[in-house]
Design a binder for this molecule. Sequence first.
Ligand SMILES: *Cc1c(COP(=O)(O)O)cnc(C)c1O
Length: 353
Amino acid sequence: MSWEEHVRRVDPYIPGEQPKDKDIIKLNTNECPYPPSPAVLEAQKAYPYEAGRLYPDTEATELAESIAGFYHVPADQIFVGVGSDDVLSLAFLTLFNGGGEVLFPDITYSFYDVWASLYRIPYRQIPVDDDFRIHARDYYDAPGGVIIANPNAPTGVLESVDFVEDIVKHNPGTVVIVDEAYIDFGGTSALPLIDRYENLLVVQTCSKSRSLAGMRIGFAFGSKNIIRYLKDARFASNSYPMNGMQISLGAASFRDAAYFHEICGRVVQTRERSKEALRGLGFSFPDSKTNFIFAKHERLTGREIYEQLRNRRIYVRHWQKPRIEDHLRITIGTDDQMDTLFSALREIVETTA
Ligand SMILES: *Cc1c(COP(=O)(O)O)cnc(C)c1O
């Protein structure tokens, strides 16, 4: 008998690369190309050196209240965590505990099956259709719960609030999680539904639309009960998940609504322009309501373009996986970065047989 037989083994999630080199045009992990709000910088400057001596506020009250103020939701219907990955992971552990299969699409955030495997939660992946659309009916009466990303990643496809409600309404006996990591780039949040459905959890993040991927701040909205279950599980494993810097800088970000709307607007503008440019180069893609475009070329393989871009020091995301191996997920950068990308793609398309 070996000690290794007692180990909980799991194949980890593989995140996009974070190159050391600063001059790489990095369009591979959906970060925002603009800096965080100037209010965040002010909060950082004002952050007291001696604050590190004491334990932080277990409830991250300042952050939760700042989020509450921005979204007009009571603070006891908000849960915060170390990035939405942390929130989602804990939600899997806590809310998908019934033993039945949890349903999610075959093409979606590739962390879902990893969490399910880690916690030994049975799951079934339902194929999206050829246009990468999800069908609500496939998710009715899910045996163990449902998780969907809306807009979906890496496809960029957005579904309506009615669509989300249709799924929630048909799962009164299990929890439905909606991962809204990209909702701020043109979608409508399912947030108002938490008043009517106790079994709904809406998860968002500061990583994409608030330019704070490095700070690791995620949050979720739900009924008082669902939030309480999450907090109980959290405080059963870690009393101080959020540090003082996350709490203070995160709170500052939510207080600056004007900046948030401005940078989301800029990303959306560049995205719309990028759609035109990519079409002109022979790419097609599902219509994106996110800060990335999931594009496939009419002639060249995904691998070919990915490698040639990489040689030109432009990183995009590519998966060698069935159904999506010829797609590239291209994060929307600044206008200048996108122009460099389009010139590189033009060269690649013109010179590759
Ligand atoms: C980026 C992303 C997340 C996680 O973001 P955090 O940085 O952990 O907040 C969650 N879900 C989807 C679909 C994402 O793309």
